[in-house]
Every structure is written in C-alpha cells, then in structure tokens.
Design a protein around this ligand. Structure first.
Ligand code: T5A
Length: 215
C-alpha cells in the first residue's frame, strides 16, 4: 500500500446522486480497513461551511463570477490546509463530494470564466495536488434537476436555467474525455442497484491497484 493516502472525488451536476454515491464508496474503503475522511466542497471546515452558506444562500440574487470563483478557492485553500492534506499525510484516504472539477464545470463551462484564470488559482492553491480518482456521476440534466427538486428547496445554483446545467454537464464530460485515467464516468440515470454494482467494482479495483503500488 502507498504510504500517502488516496484522494477520491465525486462530481456531477446538481441532483446527480453524489451524496448517495459517497456512502457506497465509503463502505468499500472502510470494509478494506482503510482510514477514511469524508468531506465536501464548498465546505469541510468551519470557515468553508460559512462560505458555503454565503455561496448557496437563498436570498443571494447573484454574484459577480470572479467573486464566486475566489470564494470557492478561499474555501478550498482552508480545506486543503486544515483537513485534506493532513489526512493524506498520515495515510488516510479522503473522499470529497466535489472539488476543482466543479469549478471548471460550473464557473468555467457554466458561467464562462476563462480556464486560464481557474488554472492560475488551481496552481496557486493546490500546487500539484490532484485527485487520484474521480467518479463523475452523469445523467441528463432534466433528471438531475427533477431529483434535486424532490429533496429540498432549490438553492441559488439550482434556480439557474437548464441551458446552464447543459453547459456544466458538457464541461464535466470534456474533463472526462481529456483525463480518462483519473475520471471514470458512471451512468447515474440507472437504478440504484446497478449504480452501486458499478461503483463497488470501480472502488475495489482502485484499492487493489493502490495496494500494488501502481496508482
Ligand atoms: N459549486 C461547488 C460550484 O459552482 N463550484 C465549485 O467549485 C463547487 C465545489 C452546491 C453547489 O455548489 C456548486 C455546485 C452546486 O450547485 P452541492 O450541495 O454538492 O453543491 O450540490 P448538489 O449537486 O445540489 O448536491 P445534492 O446533495 O443536492 O445532490 P447529489 O448529492 O448529487 O444527489 P443525491 O445523492 O442527494 O441524490 C438526489 C436524489 O436522487 C435520489 C436520491 O435518493 C435523492 O433523493 N437518487 C436516485 N434515485 C433513483 N436512482 C438513482 N440512481 C438515484 N441516485 C440518487
């Protein structure tokens, strides 16, 4: 087993089933006897959760895209320093609901912030840290929004137009095409038992690869 922990992220449009997927992934990792920290973005620390409240606030009527981008990375900087890097350094694995791929998909593809600007912040805040594995929960936008709407009142992002989420979805799929070794696309439109079977298979394989020192 590698000494440093593995960093796994879960991504997808709103309502794609990331929270549901988190528990499936966690079960596999814990069953393998590996220490696990579960967290989310924006959030994961007291400061990050305060920033999350600001970002998702119902009464917020919009935000300058650069302000939104900087708040995301402010939360991420704190998250990395306080929670993610210390856990990885002691060999625990970190499972995170959203990370920087969300920024490329939502702020980049969705809102039109330049990739160069996001990449500059990514480099500054993360250095060369990148997830070892990302599960992209993919499904049609209408189904994701239908599922998201069922659970809770829509947050600020979920008020946005369908076209916005179509761009976000395509942004994610582009990342997956560009980084196929890291990003595994899971068809999240299927019934839960089928999704669970695929996720269990992917994570068990990943654990085996890490144990043999190849990832
Ligand atoms: N954001 C975030 C950015 O813009 N930039 C960034 O850099 C970052 C980090 C909040 C927002 O922040 C934005 C993106 C987001 O808009 P969030 O709270 O993680 O992030 O956003 P949501 O996607 O809205 O998270 P949710 O928890 O609301 O949705 P999930 O986790 O994707 O979906 P989940 O698992 O709760 O499932 C939704 C419903 O569908 C059912 C579940 O039981 C649940 O009821 N379900 C299924 N039903 C049938 N079949 C299946 N296969 C199912 N899978 C799930």
């Amino acid at each position: 087993m590698n000494d440093r922990g593995a960093f796994i992220t879960i991504e997808g449009i709103d309502g794609a089933g990331k929270t549901t997927c988190m528990s499936m992934v966690a079960e596999c990792i814990v069953a393998a006897g590996i220490g696990l920290v579960q967290t989310r973005e924006p959030g994961g620390t007291p400061l990050g959760e305060d920033l999350r409240t600001l970002l998702l606030g119902h009464r917020d009527e919009g935000m300058f895209s650069d302000a939104e981008l900087l708040l995301m990375f402010a939360a991420r900087a704190e998250h990395l320093a306080v929670r993610i890097l210390p856990a990885l350094d002691v060999g625990d694995w970190v499972l995170c609901d959203r990370f920087t791929d969300s920024t490329y998909a939502y702020q980049g593809a969705g809102r039109g912030v330049s990739e160069a600007r996001i990449a500059a912040l990514e480099s500054w805040v993360q250095g060369d840290l990148c997830p070892n594995l990302t599960l992209l929960m993919d499904l049609p936008v209408t189904l994701g929004l239908e599922r998201a709407g069922k659970r809770s009142a829509p947050d600020r992002f979920e008020h946005d137009a369908q076209a916005f989420f179509e761009r976000v979805r395509e942004g994610y799929l582009r990342i997956a095409r560009e980084q196929p070794q890291r990003v595994r696309v899971v068809n999240a439109a299927r019934p839960l038992d089928e999704v669970r079977a695929e996720i269990t298979h992917l994570i068990d394989d990943f654990i085996e690869i890490r144990r043999h020192g190849a990832a």
